[in-house]
Design a protein around this ligand. Structure first.
Ligand code: AMP
Ligand code: GLY
Length: 423
């Protein structure tokens, strides 16, 4: 079978790596891809939002399955465009991807179906939002309704910050129309866990858990980023927490979406916070996490194509997901300055150090091939993943492997997985 992957980040590199292991696959294409992905797939210069070009390419090249990695095309309806042409595609349709595309939608869904989440109010009028904040309990959380590259969430310590936040989101429109509607939410504390799951519209099967580190700097300081590193599994995601979430979160979410006439097929990513009052949903995403995929997929034993086909065909209930009984840690190597301004075009060396090393991976995020070699081409440049018998070993291995790569403005967090020591 020929497979087309849509996207260009570290997540799509990890997906391509998992797809390449499937004996069912003869050829992989990736649109638009990156330098690392081009070692596994033929990269084609089509953007993720160019739906007509993507479907035309899939038809011409007899693609057996297209996998959508990114949120923007999913929320924009790329799956509907493929299905309209009779093409097989893995991902939720537009009416289901809204679970990520609109925070107001997902909060209303959770409220209607009693899925545990933080208390909230939705606003389309900035004055009403400001009036509400005058008596609300602090700290408080402001969220742009729409997609904002994981950066549309403001944690406000006091009223002044919160009122400024409303201005940033709704009046200055820092995230464009994504901030036309905002959700104002109760501030929660606890450990965060990411749980990715395969879904076929009726059945949901969870993968092993992971934890992301969203802030740019050590000690969870600095600005929010797309994710600076991950570990899997989370030692805080106990059997008890898992059972609670299976009963009150995952299946209820899939049932709720089906009941709303929006059956969810694809990857449902549930961001959880383990609070004193039990696990609560922080957010849903309609795709693999980045860099969660980089620690979860290397531990998956199943043939991913088999699982994805079962999702598309509505027979996921027949399968069992299996994961290795080990651990993985991913440390993101970024361009210094990310998520603000940073320089690109720095030559990266050391990829050869990963050749033939079992359990070590270098997933490309923002890289480009040039005549000088592979150069940096984004804020997050690479995700260095290593496995180990347990989390501590995986972390030591991952940090050792970060030393194998060099580029001039290389930046990373030094405390990815520090929480492991407290488990
Ligand atoms: P989200 O994109 O909704 O996952 O939010 C991004 C990050 O903001 C989360 O990973 C949390 O660290 C933080 N966050 C979001 N909502 C809350 C909340 N209600 N209370 C505390 N922190 C939150
Ligand atoms: N790592 C968080 C995300 O992919 O949204």
């Amino acid at each position: 079978m020929k497979v087309l992957i849509v996207g260009s980040g570290g997540r799509e590199h990890a997906i391509a790596w998992a797809v390449a292991k499937s004996p069912k696959v003869d050829k992989i294409y990736c649109a638009p891809g990156n330098a690392g992905i081009s070692e596994l797939a033929e990269c084609v210069p089509i953007g993720a939002m160019e739906f007509d070009k993507l479907t035309a390419f899939a038809k011409e090249n007899e693609i057996g399955l297209t996998i959508i990695g990114m949120d923007d095309p999913l929320v924009g309806g790329v799956v509907d465009a493929f299905e309209k042409e009779g093409l097989r595609v893995f991902g939720p349709k537009k009416n289901a991807a809204i679970i990520e595309g609109s925070k107001a939608f997902s909060k209303d869904l959770m409220k209607k179906y009693n899925i545990p989440t933080a208390a909230y109010e939705t606003f389309t009028n900035p004055n009403k939002a400001i009036t509400y904040l005058e008596t609300a309990k602090m700290p408080i959380v402001l969220k742009a309704d729409g997609l904002a590259l994981g950066k549309g969430v403001l944690i406000c310590q006091n009223r002044e910050e919160a009122i400024d936040g409303v201005k940033t989101l709704m009046l200055d429109k820092q995230f464009g129309t994504a901030g036309d509607t905002i959700v104002i939410e109760e501030f929660m504390t606890g450990r965060e866990v990411s749980v990715l799951a395969f879904c076929d519209g009726k059945t949901i099967k969870c993968m092993t858990s992971a934890q992301d580190h969203k802030r740019a700097k050590d000690g969870d300081q600095g600005l929010n980023t797309g994710g600076m590193g991950t570990f899997s599994p989370s030692p805080f995601y106990t059997k008890e927490v898992e059972e609670f979430c299976e009963k009150y979160v995952y299946q209820p979410t899939i049932d709720a979406m089906a009941a709303e006439g929006r059956p969810f097929t694809g990857i449902l990513f549930t961001g959880l916070m383990l609070t004193e009052d039990g696990p609560k949903v922080l957010e849903y995403n309609a795709r693999f996490g980045d860099p969660e995929a980089q620690v979860v997929l290397p531990r998956m034993k199943n043939d991913m194509i088999e699982v994805m086909e079962a999702c598309v065909d509505g027979r996921l209930s027949e399968l069992t997901l299996e994961f290795e009984d080990n651990a993985a840690v991913c440390v993101v190597l970024a361009s210094d300055g990310y998520p603000l301004a940073y320089e690109k075009g720095k030559v990266i060396t050391g990829f050869e150090n990963f050749k033939g090393k079992e359990g070590y991976y270098v997933f490309h995020a923002g890289t480009k091939k040039t005549e000088e070699g592979i150069v940096t081409n984004g804020g997050r440049v690479l995700g260095v993943t290593a496995k180990g018998a347990d989390l501590k070993e995986a972390r030591a291995n991952a940090y050792k492997a970060t030393e194998w790569i060099a580029f001039s403005n290389k930046y990373m967090r030094n405390d990815i997985g520090k929480a492991i020591d407290e488990a």
